[in-house]
Design a protein around this ligand. Structure first.
Ligand SMILES: [Fe+2]
Length: 345
């Protein structure tokens, strides 16, 4: 019998030292919709998303990512995952009072220590009458036509000090490891995973963390429909003085059209479209060789990411930052990191 435990990446909590500006930007420029506010958090969703919230902005000293939420495939699955992790260092426990979802089991990845949570019961978004789409019932609301109109949460990318151990952990909980780039056999520097059988590219990506820190995050990605929408988003970002870090361009491994910007809190956000379709439940991980360049970076092999594109948050203290920079600039890793080895700070 096949087993699918998770149905989708449901939400990511973005930590922001400038929460008011981050939320305003997420609504006016990124085009998200506000659901509710509670405590130090504001709950937002893409206009076409049926769940209560997909981005939770929470005030914090430094940018970063907090909770990473996954909806399970069925009502028994949170318990299955809890039992599977019972008594391990990864298990955190049950919580049941979060806005937007019911009984929730939390756990941490063994090495990256990122906080994940799984749940089945969800609050569905219910639009007021004047915002319901009069024709298209598959839409939870009318297209709002604001900012870049980010439509769905797509993926989150996080660094980990031990790629292999965390990949093994995530695959034990139902993820498929779809692709990786190695600088040498067994040394992965980029990996994509997806939690279900119909995902086009990935909902979780891992990159290595050479700083000695854990729990850091590289970016959160949302999706629009068309490649042209990404180019239009670039115009919107320019018009709103949002710093564009990288793109628009097309990645090689997943073939998504990407664009990376920095939101007002300093964190990196991606907007993307397209990508190849992977419907193969028995897909075996594709391994790319980093020798001769970074195959994931550019489909056309003609663009390098800018200096500092490896930066992740929270930023490391001085000593750890130097260790990370030296490692990335080493002969062993230069083929992969290339011009990104410098600091963007
Ligand atoms: Fe991404």
């Amino acid at each position: 019998m096949s087993e699918i435990l998770l149905s989708q990446l449901a939400h990511v909590e973005l930590l922001s030292p400038r929460p008011d500006e981050t939320v305003r930007w997420m609504k006016d420029v990124f085009g998200l919709e506000e659901t509710t506010r509670e405590g130090q958090s504001v709950y937002l969703r893409g206009w076409a998303e049926w769940l209560h919230s997909s981005l939770i902005v929470t005030e914090s000293d430094q940018p970063g990512v907090g909770r990473i939420g996954w909806r399970t495939y069925g009502p028994e699955d949170p318990e299955t995952i809890a039992k599977r992790l019972d008594g391990t260092d990864e298990a955190v426990g049950w919580v049941d009072d979060w806005p937007g979802h019911g009984a929730t089991f939390q756990y941490r990845a063994p090495e990256g220590r990122h906080l994940h949570e799984v749940f089945w019961e969800v609050d569905r978004y219910e639009a007021p009458e004047d915002r319901k789409d009069p024709c298209i019932k598959n839409r939870p609301q009318r297209y709002p036509g604001r900012g870049i109109g980010a439509r769905y949460l797509d993926h989150v990318t996080v660094p980990t000090p031990n790629m292999r151990a965390d990949i093994d952990f995530y695959t034990r909980l139902g993820a498929r490891h779809t692709a990786q780039t190695e600088v040498e056999p067994g040394f992965s520097v980029f990996s994509t995973l997806t939690c279900n059988g119909i995902r086009s590219t990935h909902d979780l990506a891992l990159v290595p963390d050479f700083s000695g820190m854990t729990g850091r995050a590289h970016h959160i990605a949302f999706r629009v429909d068309q490649r042209l929408d990404v180019e239009r988003a670039a115009e919107q970002f320019l018009a709103h003085d949002t710093p564009i870090e990288f793109g628009p361009g097309v990645h090689g491994i997943d073939e998504i059209t990407y664009l990376y910007v920095r939101e007002p809190g300093g964190f990196r956000m991606e907007i993307n479209a397209g990508g190849w379709v992977n419907t193969m439940p028995d897909w075996e991980t594709t391994t790319y060789d980093a020798a001769g360049g970074n195959p994931g970076q550019s489909l056309y092999r003609n663009v390098d990411a800018p200096a500092g594109f490896h930066d992740a948050w929270p930023l490391p203290p001085t000593g750890a930052a130097e260790r990370e920079r030296d490692t990335i600039a080493s002969d062993r890793l230069r083929p992969f990191y290339g011009s990104t080895a410098g600091s963007g700070r």
